[in-house]
Design a protein around this ligand. Structure first.
Ligand code: KPL
Length: 308
């Protein structure tokens, strides 16, 4: 295992500074790590107001951006763009990326892994899934709005040596744990996202509103289909377990808007293809029917196609 001794400054290039990226950028900078941002905007600096959970004060950080030499000298790359931007963002960093540098990909949903591994055949590649919640208050401010676990795991041989990165992430935003099979927590998160994200985006409501008894039948139907697909994919579970976990997340994040609700509210492309779309694709592979999830996928696609 390659160690990152506690207290050492780690040079991190963070690709994408949306809500989750900004949350991690600030949290890692607070630990003294050297954060460099790689963004689509061409500015060479970005100032971020970072507000911790229940903290009245904000921290202000100015990050250096888009410096190829900082990218090359990074100890680790953390990609926090949306699933549909992952490949394009990897292509944008590839010319300056050393093959020894570990790359962590963190996004909602699944399905990017094979293409990422093709683009990065020699790098250690890891995936992370997080249930931390953040809200972009405005373009330059982010607030940490909820604590949840983060899991990190390797998706290729070279990535397996980098368990110490879970410690780096854990000191910045606990809890973060290494997982020997990252697909297991990815599926668990995907199940919750299949249940909460499309419904809250269609209804334009907070997560907590799904706790109303009116939604029990629909949530049960979604979870039943997800449980069948997960079981066929080698991650056996019961629909009752998924429903219970979904209701727990709904309670814990009752006041929050889901990421898909925020995307639709702001007329941005959503992660529906990486969440419900991935589920439907897997269902097709295992010849399983997922009518409830398919109906939600269609409704979100329709919303996206009709943005003004
Ligand atoms: O991950 C989420 C998201 O908004 O994408 C949930 C779990 C639904 C919390 O809001």
């Amino acid at each position: 295992m390659i160690p990152f001794p506690t207290g050492n400054t780690v040079k991190i290039t963070l690709v994408g500074a949306g809500a989750i990226g900004s949350l991690w950028a600030g949290a890692l900078a607070r630990q003294g790590h050297a954060i460099h941002l790689w963004r689509r905007q061409t500015d060479t600096a970005f100032t971020l107001q970072w507000q911790g959970l229940d903290a009245p004060d904000t921290d202000t950080f100015t990050f250096c951006c888009n410096q190829p030499e900082r990218l090359t000298s990074s100890d680790v790359i953390l990609i926090t763009v949306k699933a549909f931007q992952v490949l394009e963002s990897i292509k944008s960093i590839a010319p300056w990326l050393r093959t020894a540098t570990p790359v962590i990909v963190m996004h909602n949903g699944m399905g990017t892994e094979n293409e990422v591994l093709q683009l990065l055949p020699d790098n250690p590649v890891l995936y992370a899934t997080t249930s931390q919640a953040a809200l972009r208050v405005d373009r330059q401010s982010v607030r940490h709005t909820g604590v949840g676990p983060t899991f990190l795991g390797a998706v290729n041989r070279a990535g397996e040596q980098w368990q110490s990165l879970a410690g780096v992430l854990n000191t910045a935003l606990a809890p973060c744990q290494w997982h020997e099979d990252i697909h297991a927590p990815q599926w668990q998160k995907l199940a919750v996202n299949c249940a909460i994200n499309p419904l809250t985006a269609i209804l334009q409501c907070r997560n907590g509103e799904l706790a109303a008894p009116d939604f029990t039948a629909e949530l049960t139907g979604i979870c039943r289909e997800v449980a069948a697909v997960m079981t066929a994919a080698g991650y056996p579970t019961r629909s009752e377990t998924l429903l219970q976990r979904t209701l727990t997340v709904i309670q814990a994040t009752a006041a929050n808007y889901s990421s898909m609700q925020q995307d639709v509210a702001n007329q941005r492309p959503t992660e529906i293809d990486a969440i419900t779309g991935f589920l439907i694709e897997q269902a097709h592979h295992f010849q399983l029917a997922t009518p409830a999830n398919f109906a939600l996928w269609q409704q979100i696609k329709h919303l996206e196609q009709n943005y003004g």
